[in-house]
Design a protein around this ligand. Structure first.
Ligand SMILES: *Cc1c(COP(=O)(O)O)cnc(C)c1O
Length: 248
């Protein structure tokens, strides 16, 4: 094996061990958890090695970077997840390769995704991204598309908006409602946020029984996410190593 493949194999073994221990602690079956490797900033060669090691699900967060890496990996049997803030002008490109979009957080995006999916003759699974940054009930929109990335707003709908967005996805041609997704608030205990996410997920599932996905948990907090019912964990650093900061 190449040195890099050894490194990735070790990272994967450790992440699988952590997922297994978290499931044991939570009384859950490991088969309930899908491990998604977040490969942003790493080359397509790493995606190939991960696939050889048995990883089936890959996530990227920027279309510019993802599109060429997907093209280089087209012979691999992978499920592709888009987990980044999605601007409507990138929707057509993303719909061409993504199987699941985790970052659906506004109705204009749903309209655009639906139109692109119909046009591409694809069915796209969508998760409603829930913001855990703003306490529920607090009035705040979140900045408009163009200033969002500048301010580091990580996206996500406010809690009261989630049921309506879920309804809109469920009723949109070309889209399928998969469930919910969230990123834990920066620098805070993730457990309360994940607990609120689980309540929201249950409410969405009550209205839409097929929407069973809870995408939560990253390298630093996958144990807490699994304890709160996560079905999909998105892991970058713990699998692939540290990322260089990207200057955009
Ligand atoms: C980068 C990223 C991850 C993975 O983060 P790590 O801390 O490196 O595991 C998960 N989810 C989203 C949305 C990301 O952008």
């Amino acid at each position: 094996m190449s040195a890099r493949k050894d490194e990735l194999a070790a990272g994967l073994a450790e992440v699988r061990r952590r997922v297994g221990a978290a499931c044991l602690a939570a009384g859950r079956d490991v088969n309930e958890i899908t491990l998604i490797a977040v490969t942003k900033t790493f080359p397509a060669s790493d995606i190939r090695l991960l696939a050889e090691l048995g990883v089936t699900d890959i996530a990227e967060n920027r279309d510019q970077e993802a599109a060429p890496k997907v093209a280089e990996s087209s012979d691999l049997p992978l499920t592709w997840h888009f987990v980044g803030r999605l601007q409507t002008n990138k929707v057509r490109s993303v719909v061409a390769y993504a199987d699941v979009v985790h970052s659906v957080d506004r109705s204009r995006l749903i309209t655009a995704l639906s139109a692109a999916a119909v046009r591409a003759d694809r069915t796209l699974r969508c998760l409603i991204q829930v913001s855990l940054d703003v306490p529920p009930g607090e009035p705040s929109g979140g900045p408009a598309d163009d200033v969002a990335s500048e301010r580091g707003w990580r996206g996500g709908a406010l809690f009261p908006e989630v049921p309506g967005l879920a309804e809109a996805v469920a009723g949109a041609e070309g889209l399928e409602l998969g469930g919910v997704m969230a990123v834990a608030p920066l620098g805070a205990d993730p457990a309360p946020g994940f607990a609120r996410l689980a309540e929201m997920a249950a409410a969405v599932r009550a209205a839409h029984p097929g929407a069973t996905i809870i995408s939560a948990g990253m390298s630093g907090d996958l144990e807490q996410a699994i304890a709160s019912g996560a079905t999909h964990v998105r892991v970058g650093t713990a699998l692939l190593g540290g990322r260089q900061a990207i200057v955009r």
